[in-house]
Write a protein that binds this ligand. Structure first.
Ligand SMILES: *Cc1c(COP(=O)(O)O)cnc(C)c1O
Length: 418
């Protein structure tokens, strides 16, 4: 996390002191580092190049879909992994090459499939026979051909949080790997669908290489079998999920991962796609929050901040750990809960931890908040969502305005019968 560092007491993002951003943009505010996004992307890209694998690193838009973040990634040469029509819209508007866009998701609507056909995206990751039928019909109707990869479920335990595991037998995602070959044999019926790839994604925040290797080996066997039966499988999409360090986790590097996967990947003779979200954006962002109050309740000490679960849901949702750092490090530490203003007892950013002993008005940085941070923010409690800022070197810009109260009621209609 070199892009976020201290100079004296001051926390910086690249060459910008974060106290200055907090003062001028207000809090809560998300801050993203252009250099950190680029470094993470290049680490992945270099890992595949170094292993001699033809590849495309896609960015999972759902991790952080801010237009400036997307534009930066598109400019590095990344592809995009989208899971909805809205994400496809963002990716197109941000300047991704449609030939580098893959579209996943178990519940794509007809409108979403049609939009993907219209953009001539690289491929759809198809998750069921019904979806295949719909896609075929829509492609025929529009005089197009849909390129598809079958998403298979390798039935491997990713070993991460249950909410973050997607590759087990009972999961809603994909087609059981054992059934994929039979389905491929039937695909001749779908005249406007071209099977060009196999896709898998076993989960998120993976901290071990072994489940990844196990699933890729299983899926690679399928790829080879299909190729030997004459299918023109040109792409193997291995999914996303590489974990990052939030606390003290031992995380594999992209090189560790790719080197471990290399034999299985190389044997398929296909172009390798990956779709990383958290690895690219997670440690490229922080959330700044100001302390509103300190209070005690019995034995417990609370730091009440202006950011809550509606701004950053991960602690409440996953019991996730985020490092908390003072933006000005001229204070000691104290055991406390860092809580938000939302009317829920589950509204906390850090629980019963040794935290900066912040006074009212101090600014704290919630680290590792670049992925699944703003993306999961809501207006719960009618709280306007925070601003977002992108830093590049010594320059910074607000890349999403803080919402106004008028945004909260946008589109709401009080009917005439009231
Ligand atoms: C969420 C998701 C990803 C990205 O996961 P990360 O853990 O953020 O890398 C990739 N592919 C699919 C299909 C996903 O649903």
């Amino acid at each position: 996390m070199d892009e976020f560092h201290r100079e004296g007491d001051d926390l910086f993002c690249e060459s910008v002191p974060l106290a200055e951003v907090a003062r001028s943009a207000g809090t809560p505010v998300y801050i993203y580092s252009h250099a950190a996004l680029e470094r993470a992307y290049r680490e992945l890209d270099d890992a595949f190049s170094g292993a001699g694998l033809d590849h495309l690193v896609c960015y999972a838009v759902k991790a952080n879909g801010n237009m400036a973040v997307l534009r930066a990634l598109a400019s590095f040469g990344a592809g995009a992994d989208v899971v909805s029509g809205g994400e496809l819209y963002r990716a197109m508007r941000a300047g991704f090459d449609p030939k580098k866009v893959v579209f996943a998701g178990v519940g794509k609507t007809e409108n979403e499939l049609t939009a993907g056909l219209g953009e001539r995206i690289l491929m759809f990751n198809v998750e069921s026979v019904s979806e295949l039928e719909h896609l075929n019909r829509l492609a025929a109707m529009h005089g197009k051909h849909a390129r598809v990869a079958l998403r298979v479920n390798p039935d491997v335990d990713a070993g991460s949080h249950p909410h973050l595991s997607t590759g087990l037998g009972h999961s809603k995602f994909g087609i059981p790997v054992e059934e994929a070959a039979a389905l491929a044999e039937r695909m001749g019926e779908y005249r406007c669908v071209d099977l060009i790839g196999i896709h898998q994604h076993i989960g998120s925040q993976l901290l071990k290489v072994s489940p990844y290797v196990e699933s890729v080996e299983k899926t690679a066997t399928l790829v080879e079998e299909l190729k030997s039966r004459g299918f023109d499988i040109r792409y193997f999409n291995i999914g996303g999920g590489l974990g990052i360090r939030y606390l003290d986790e031992e995380t594999p590097t992209p090189k560790d991962l790719v080197d471990a996967l290399r034999p299985a990947l190389a044997a398929t003779g296909t172009k390798i796609l990956c779709e990383m979200g958290r690895y690219i954006a997670g440690n490229a962002g922080v959330l700044l929050t100001s302390v509103l109050y300190r209070k005690r309740s019995g034995e417990k000490s609370f730091i009440v901040a202006d950011a809550g679960m509606n701004d950053l849901l991960r602690p409440s949702l996953y019991d996730a750990h985020h490092d908390i750092q003072p933006v000005k490090d001229d204070i000691g530490t104290a055991r406390a809960d860092l809580v938000g203003p939302v009317c829920e007892s589950g509204d906390y950013l850090a629980k019963d931890r040794e935290l900066p002993d912040a006074r009212e008005g101090d600014v704290l940085a919630v680290m590792g908040a670049g992925a699944y941070g703003f993306a999961m923010a809501s207006n719960y409690n009618s709280r306007p969502r925070p601003a977002e800022v992108l830093v590049r070197g010594d320059r910074w810009a607000v890349v999403r305005e803080r919402e106004h109260y008028s945004d909260l009621i946008k589109g709401e209609i009080v009917p005439a019968f009231l």
